[in-house]
Design a protein around this ligand. Structure first.
Ligand code: OGA
Ligand code: MN
Length: 230
């Protein structure tokens, strides 16, 4: 069952933890800079975080508990019929099941409209179906860049059921990175250079540490809106 993987073909590379660890220790005295959004974004340098500006956004409490419940009620019956996929070692995602959905109930549609107006310019043509990715507690997403053939300049995702950490690493310059703390019920948006020139990944539970603080990963459902290539 690789529904979207055929459409959203990811290019991915091996992780780059070594360079990052090197940077973490060598910049420990002043390199880790909490900036914007109550320190939900940390980067290898102030220049990088500031340079990306609004191309990386995390908005906390974008979804209420009730709305999260509405998504679950709508998604859980379909998801439960699928098994988590662990065995495709070539995939960018490990320990996941996924679906896509075009038509939503009113409560979810209202949230999705808020996501669309927060993330996309008015009139920007969007990928019709919304992508739903259910990561098992042990699941994770390896570094990849979403297909430039099938998706446009902006990726906007809701994180439900669990906090998590998204890591962005500049392609071919692995000592340039950002870590995003994605609290449960937050929205993240990646645009332009953050979307095209950086890989993104969701850390596995064991590696889920933000600014020295452990961020336990539970089962996580993401609901992702994308636009079409321009
Ligand atoms: C993807 C992806 C991130 C997320 O499916 O391409 O990067 O938040 N997902 O689940
Ligand atoms: Mn992706």
């Amino acid at each position: 069952m690789r529904l979207l993987l055929t459409v959203i073909k990811r290019t991915h590379k091996p992780p780059v933890y070594t360079s990052r660890q090197r940077c973490l220790s060598s910049c420990a005295s002043g390199g880790l800079l909490p900036l914007r959004d109550e320190a939900l974004i940390l980067g290898s340098s102030r220049e990088l975080v500031q340079g990306l500006g609004s191309q990386v956004e995390v908005r906390t409490a974008f979804v209420t508990e009730e709305e999260e419940g509405a998504f679950l009620r709508e998604l859980e019956p379909g998801l439960k019929k699928k098994r988590y996929e662990f065995d495709h070692w070539d995939d960018a995602i490990h320990g996941y099941r996924e679906t896509e959905r075009l038509r939503w109930g009113a409560a979810c549609e209202e949230v999705l409209n808020r996501v669309r107006s927060a993330a996309f310019p008015e009139g920007s043509p969007l990928l019709g179906p919304v992508h739903v990715l259910d990561l098992d507690k042990t699941g994770y997403i390896k570094p990849h860049i979403d297909s430039v053939k099938f998706c446009g300049s902006t990726i906007a995702g809701l994180s439900l059921l669990s906090d998590s950490i998204m890591r962005l690493v500049r392609e071919n310059t692995s000592n340039e990175w950002l870590d995003l703390l994605l609290p449960r019920r937050s929205l993240y948006i990646l645009r332009d250079r953050a979307r095209y020139n950086f890989t993104h990944e969701i850390l596995k539970d064991e590696e889920s540490v933000f600014n020295g603080q452990r961020v336990p990963r539970q089962r996580r459902i993401s609901v992702i809106c994308r636009n079409l290539p321009g």
